[in-house]
Design a protein around this ligand. Sequence first.
Ligand code: EPU
Length: 435
Amino acid sequence: MDRFIIEGGHRLTGEVAVGGAKNSVLPIMAAALLTDEEVVIRRVPRLRDVASQVKVLQSLGARVLHDEKQGILRIRCDDETPITAPYELMKTMRASICVLGPLLAKRKRARVSMPGGCVIGVRPIDLHLKGMEGLGATLDVRAGYVEASSPRLRGNTLFLGSSAGSTVLGTANVVMAATLAEGETLLENAAQEPEVVDLCHVLAKMGAQIDGIGSHCLRITGVDKLHGVDHAVIPDRIEAGTFAIAAAMTKGDLTVRGCQPRDLLALIERLRAAGCDVATGADWLRVAAPRRLRPIDVTTLPHPGFPTDLQAQLMALLTTADGISMIHERIYPDRFIHVAELHRMGARIRKEGATALVEGVAKLSGAPVMASDLRGSAALVLAGLAAEGETTVDRVYHIDRGYERIDERLRLLGAKIERRAGESQALSMAAGAGG
Ligand code: EPU
């Protein structure tokens, strides 16, 4: 397993461009199952999760051409006989559950393994199932598989919500299923994340009839057939946000290009509250940080609230703010595995249920730490960049699931970070799950 060796204390300066959004690409790839025409996806980042989703689609009869250099995927599903998405492939990635809705809508039957468990907490799929049942599917959960069938899904009025609010992939699944259902589906409490909006735009380009895109209420009128599409996915707001926090953390001055600052308003507002200078244009943002940051309070919420996918990185930042900050995690109450590793670097964090109190220290000190989930590993890398001395981040395959060549790109900005190859890749592949 690869690891990163980081020499801390170097400011990040210059410019960095963000890639396409992982959490857009993965459901859009699943949408290719809704048509037998070619689906072309552009701006595809080179990530492990994309490679895993390619395997899932191939197991479902899709022909996939992946031009990794150009970031283009060409997917065509002319063999519609397979209906099983096997555990071996599904366990590596949560987003693979998105094949359920399209399979059911197009092939009338689906046998989909429950997706992999993830260290960020319990991640049920009850709302996905409730949505499919609401559209008239017959469901059975047996031996770790969801078995679903319906001669033709029927539109319905559905409310999809948990105590944490809306569901991103649940919304994606139900919207995809409803595009080919008979009649009208009214989906209340739909997720408004930019990645869901991106998927809806793709489906609309494929011929789906969806009103209310970007709102909490989607009205989907089923059609008989969807056709091919050529689409460039939106920029990755979480990657952009991670670089922005990295700039603040290293007292740097960084311009993040090719992003959509309007998707990051909650982060921008919190960075300003902490004392950072943040300037924005239509597709860029620039972050410059003072020597000491002010403490702030943050609550993670569904979009447009502060994203849970930036909570760990923001916590790393606040470990060296001038006072006590409070972080309340409303989406995944157990998404705090990074806390123990940050402690190893000298951070002072007290966790009470879903709340963490972060008491800023003068400086973090480099230490050997272990990555255990995607965003938590990003937080450890940021902490290492700002710490005094050397930090080793073990098991960086987690970070490779969601950030393309992060080490090379950080080096270009002035970071001292090196990747060292470790033990067998096979082990690392087997261990990763989440997203
Ligand atoms: N929930 C349920 N039942 C369900 C589905 C969700 O109770 O059937 C709950 C979850 O337990 C959680 C809340 O609803 O408390 C929201 O979960 P959601 O379904 O929105 O999460 P997701 O769709 O599985 C996506 C992202 C995550 C991101 C969350 C929240 C992808 C591939 N994954 O997951 O991204 O944290 O939305 O924004 O889009 C990551 O990229 O690192 C990552 C984990």
